[in-house]
Design a binder for this molecule. Structure first.
Ligand SMILES: [Zn+2]
Length: 390
């Protein structure tokens, strides 16, 4: 059965007004990888991928964290260099499309962009391996405008354990703890998506600013190691943090995850296989992954997954900890989207579904973006306090 899709014209006038007047901030998009694909143009509607300016306008997405990501098995100075190779094109892209985009470092910048009718562009580094084991690089990334860093990606690095690797450090090493403190001092949000449970609790105990899970879903609904347990979500919220729900099929639907694991060996193994097969070519990896899941779905080996699962995860987290601690971290352009959420133009459906469930306008605005703005403000306050020696 194909999942129900709400066409744009079925979005009610009230939903439309609320959605398009809100700050709609997505905290995790791998669109940066697409900057390197020949013929990709952020300024026009592309047939592939999930994010470009026309579709962001259509979906009302007016603030985006572009992810800086390289394979977690690349380490040392090369990892830092490769991260810089992606940071520069983000700045260049914002300059090129300055009529539509505005580079943002703070919540105030995002509000300024919104007031001007522009899309705020922020950056997050997805994986602490990119500092090349050098704490000074945290400061350099911060100076270049990076506003969060995910402590690890799929693999452990030298100082933080990942949820999808064998524990090597029992969470954060002493150096890893220094990194978290330095991130606080730079006003950079500490992102605990991907990290092991122990790394999460270590960071939570240590960080002066609330934590962000930039793209994680609920383990109670889909038992994946990189999702968060109810206890973790409660602990995160108790210290002011926010879980930004990830839309990847294998992270939101248990039946799909089990079937996908059976067919491919799981997301980490599958990605490692494709990386080899495609000789590190990201466009090839994305294409191959997409083709295979399409084929397996057509053959009935993978079940259909409705975009409504995203709402289930938002609602689960809201029921646990309230609307102040939940947001959106799609993983667009880095994950397989559920049916009906083919790209960012579909976002008004989320607002419609939450209002249909009885959420207040205020709570919907918080989930769409205001919660993340609050986190950025808190991180900025911590930066000022620490730099004043408090
Ligand atoms: Zn990720």
């Amino acid at each position: 059965m194909t999942a129900a899709i709400v066409p744009a014209d079925e979005i009610s006038a009230h939903v439309r007004k609320l959605h398009f007047s809100s700050i709609v901030l997505d905290t995790h998009d791998d669109t940066t990888q697409r900057f390197f694909i020949k013929d990709f143009d952020l300024g026009r509607r592309n047939s592939g991928g999930q994010v470009d300016i026309p579709r962001m306008r259509e979906g009302g997405m007016n603030a985006i964290f572009l992810s800086i990501w390289i394979d977690g098995r690349i380490t040392g100075p090369l990892a830092t260099q490769k991260a810089l190779d992606q940071i520069d094109p983000v700045h260049e892209t914002v300059n090129r499309f300055s009529k539509d985009l505005l580079f943002a470092r703070t919540a105030a910048d995002i509000r300024r962009a919104h007031a001007k009718g522009k899309i705020a562009v922020l950056m997050g580094v997805e994986g602490g391996h990119m500092i090349g084991n050098d704490i000074r690089v945290v400061r350099i990334f911060a100076a270049l405008g990076v506003r969060y860093m995910t402590l690890s990606h799929f693999y452990n690095n030298e100082w933080a354990d990942s949820s999808t690797d064998k524990p090597a450090h029992n969470g954060l090493t002493d150096f890893g703890k220094d990194i978290v403190r330095e991130m606080n001092r730079q006003g950079m949000l500490v992102d605990i998506s991907h990290v092991s449970d122990k790394t999460f609790y270590d960071a939570l105990g240590l960080s002066r600013a609330p934590l962000i899970a930039s793209h994680s879903s609920c383990r109670a609904l889909c038992n994946h190691a990189r999702n968060m347990s109810d206890d973790m979500i409660k602990a995160l919220a108790a210290k002011g943090g926010v879980i930004q729900i990830n839309y990847e099929r294998a992270f939101i639907d248990q039946v799909y995850k089990d079937a996908y694991d059976k067919e491919t060996g799981g997301v980490v193994a599958h990605l490692a296989d494709l990386t080899k097969k495609c000789n590190n070519d990201e466009a090839c990896i994305a294409r191959e992954m997409n083709q295979l899941t399409k084929k397996l779905t057509a053959e009935g080996k993978l079940p259909h997954v409705s975009w409504k699962r995203i709402i289930d995860h938002i609602d689960r987290a809201v029921k646990l900890v309230g609307a102040d601690h939940v947001g959106l971290g799609s993983d667009f352009d880095g994950a397989d989207m559920p049916e009906g959420m083919e790209d960012c133009s579909r976002l008004p459906q989320i607002t419609q579904a939450l209002l249909d469930k009885g959420y207040s306008d205020l709570d919907v605005r918080k989930i769409l973006g205001e919660n993340t703005l609050r986190l950025l403000e808190q991180a900025e306050r911590v930066r000022q306090e620490m730099q004043a020696g408090q």
